[in-house]
Design a protein around this ligand. Structure first.
Ligand code: ATP
Ligand code: LTN
Length: 326
């Protein structure tokens, strides 16, 4: 059985973008693949985090996974920082990564430009991500398109290491769905909807109050053309809403365009808001049950034990290959 693996950072409240780009895909694929889903808390601290918020967000993210339908019987669910081998492998990979290739990462350029002072962790972030993946011989990595460049470097590192030290790592493939790869901010549809951005009006959080989520959709920036047509360049707002509707209903872009031919933006937005409401209501009901329950710790202990064992084996192989042995 092929293995899929993905992680989300506990950097804030989970957004509709995170759901559509990553969680939804894992949910759809979990029946057909051996699935690994984790919380990337070590990636989160590449940007300063409040320690109480970090641990609260970590637990909350597990409850969100479960509430969104990630089945603990079909998935190995774990927290990155509970397994020391991620950082250990990352170091060895860092010593096989060029400064120049990390300097080209657009996420690094983007995030470092927003902070007067940024850490070396932010710079080496993609290497830790490569370690997350290569430790477990994952085949497919479901992510939003913003992570594609990090997967390319993961592949390059795996190939480079295999060439230098002999076959060690499986070379993973990105798994990027054809719809909803990048959900945009509702107020400014030319930037990504991101959980750490500071204008909540443009972001639907999965735990948003339903009324306010509907309001955000109804108030989303559009254009004056009054035609429901997918055209990212000239109609970014409408195209974003089409993407959201298409992802939540499993309809293709052209099916959505046909469905709303001749309708006005108000009618279209109301239908998008209905779909968002359905999703949020369902997720929030389940979230309430999980966040209070001890089941989270049972699942995490199991995931930690299993992944430490597996990662230890792979790390030992790597360690010996690079010459860390007596
Ligand atoms: P941050 O703002 O802290 O960078 P984020 O909202 O970008 O967070 P991540 O934790 O970096 O979220 O990403 C988790 C997953 O969600 C990744 O697979 C990423 O590709 C996906 N993702 C994030 N934002 C979007 C979006 N707007 N549209 C589609 N997928 C997204
Ligand atoms: N960098 C990713 C989170 C992440 C990840 C991973 C995703 C960390 N390690 C391994 C897939 C596989 C992000 O910010 N979305």
């Amino acid at each position: 059985m092929k293995r899929i693996l993905t992680g989300l950072q506990p950097t804030g409240n989970i957004t509709l973008g995170n759901y559509i780009g990553a969680i939804r895909q894992m949910k759809e694929l979990q029946d057909k693949y051996d699935s690994y889903m984790f919380v990337a808390d070590m990636h989160a601290i590449t940007i300063p985090q409040d320690k109480d918020a970090l641990s609260k967000n970590t637990r909350s993210l597990i409850a969100i996974y479960l509430a969104c339908g990630i089945d603990p019987d079909k998935n190995t669910i774990y927290i990155q920082s509970e397994n020391p081998y991620h950082a250990n492998l990352s170091w060895i990979l860092e010593c096989n990564t060029y400064f120049g290739e990390l300097s080209r990462m657009t996420q690094f350029k983007d995030k470092s430009s927003k902070h007067a002072n940024f850490t070396t962790g932010l710079f080496t972030y993609p290497v830790l991500m490569a370690a997350d993946i290569l430790l477990y011989d994952a085949d497919l990595i479901p992510v939003g398109i913003d992570q594609k460049q990090h997967l390319e470097i993961t592949r390059d590192l795996a190939i480079r290491f295999n060439k230098k030290y002999g076959d060690t790592f499986k070379v993973p493939e990105p798994f990027i769905s054809t719809t909803g790869t990048k959900i945009m901010d509702l107020v400014n549809p030319t930037i990504k909807m991101s959980k750490s951005s500071d204008n909540p009006k443009g972001i639907i959080y999965l735990l948003d109050d339903i009324k306010s989520a509907r309001k955000k959709i109804m108030g989303a920036t559009t254009d004056s053309e009054m035609i429901i047509k997918y055209d990212v360049e000239n109609k970014p707002g409408i195209s974003n809403l089409i993407n959201i509707y298409s992802a939540l209903t499993n309809k293709s872009i052209s099916e959505v365009e046909d469905e709303f031919k001749g309708k006005n933006y108000g009618e279209f937005k109301k239908c998008v808001a209905d779909e968002v409401e359905k999703l949020l209501t369902n997720v929030q009901e389940k979230y309430k049950e999980y966040i209070e329950s001890d089941i989270i710790d049972v699942i995490l202990d199991k995931g930690m034990e299993k992944t430490i064992k597996e990662a230890e084996k792979k790390y030992k192989e790597v360690k010996e290959k690079v010459g860390f042995k007596r």
